[in-house]
Design a protein around this ligand. Sequence first.
Ligand code: ADP
Length: 495
Amino acid sequence: MFKKILIANRGEIALRIIRACKEMSIKSVAVYSEADKTSPHTKYADEAYYIGESPSSESYLNQNKIIALAKQVGADAIHPGYGFFSENAAFIKEVELSGITFIGPSSSSVMMMGSKTAARQLMQKNNVSIVPGTTSPVSSVEEGLVIADKIGYPVLLKAAAGGGGKGMKLISSRNEFVSSFESAKREALKFFADDSVYIEKYIEDPRHIEVQIFGDKHGNYVHIFERECSIQRRHQKIIEEAPSSFVNDKTREKITRAAINAAKACGYYNAGTIEFLMDRNSDFYFLEMNTRLQVEHPVTEMISGLDLVKEQINVAAGNKLSFNQDDLKINGHSFEARIYAEDPENSFLPSTGKLLEFQIPSGPGIRVDAGFSRGSLISLYYDPLIAKLTAWGKNRDEALERLKRALDEFQIAGVTTNISLLKEICNNENFRKGKFDINFIGKEFAGGSQGSNTTSDEIEIAAVIITSLLKSRSTASEVKNIISDNNNWGRLRYE
Ligand code: ADP
């Protein structure tokens, strides 16, 4: 087993991994940027090292520095968490070459699944059904028009290298195609440094259902059931649950089999998630594979009784999976609500500042994963996730009641959060009955809590910068850093 693990991440997920290390008697090494100097993850780790300025490009995304540090401190493994380097095949390759173990899949699996078009080709070859559309990038407007006409509108233009709900354009009719094609390419280049886009049929009112899979380095695979992630705003998840109330035993059997086939197709090991869209008839289509630990993994832990991070470490160390499929049963029901620092009353603009009050809920069935404590600064530099609130109950109703009760207990002051929206969702009759799809928020909260969906990224960023100037009296160089930090421009969120 490893003696020391370097955690190349921050916030709640860094803490989550440190906790697993502690329970396994493995030394943990945290890294931190200027903005995170006093963050809880630096305190709980056995060792903590400063790695650079606040923009992630200068700290959490400084590949050479992180690998050199891991060697210097004698870490025998690196855990990437989610985001940052977790799905970066070049980084994983460097780690592999350095002789340090990467806690996750191989660089070649990540490479195979890293491009959405390449992944679609691979799935098609392995008989996993994909959303109808192209399996390679579309090279010109003319080619795109022919394909879109054939598929039938509406269609989605998607960035091949996309992620975090960014780089997607809905095209309702032929007239919109030309202008959308150009702007989709521009956006893809801006966010993902790759302007390849491809076309998918727009599935009307589907659900987003994903399957947690796990593989070891000995060719064993299991699935740990599905998660329902249809409650989304701007294609970004905000409430997830396991199991899905829409998936019956027969569909579960089919979708989990498809997920394991997808994992086998890329020689996968460690934790991974296969995302699908499911239509009203329970037909499902491969969307993408996330080759890492998922933000919403706690709901799977709650219903399975497993510790996915410990299992990741176990499998990375070369051990066989510590359980097999027959050992796994669904026990009860679980929800996760993502608490974001943003203002639902004000177009969901990010909110920054000091956490003057931060009281987290507790009691039966409640788990909170937070990367902050009272006094922590919520900055503009990173993902605006403050905490994940997870509730478990013996059935869906009990889990939901607990979630509602815990949302009431949360006390946060200093920044504005989305808790009011989360409460509204929990109190919604259709949500309670499990009657929803990915457009639930748009349909149920149109014009209200939904905020403006039309705010362009540029407007959002301008507003963020002005707000930060007024609030924190940032220096000119700080503002320059904020602007130049590519990751911050997109404020990518993770699934
Ligand atoms: P990302 O990698 O950016 O998260 P995904 O491909 O996983 O993008 O899609 C994110 C969300 O966008 C999905 O959960 C779903 O809500 C919506 N979506 C994606 N593709 C389609 C599609 N073909 N039809 C309808 N909705 C889609």
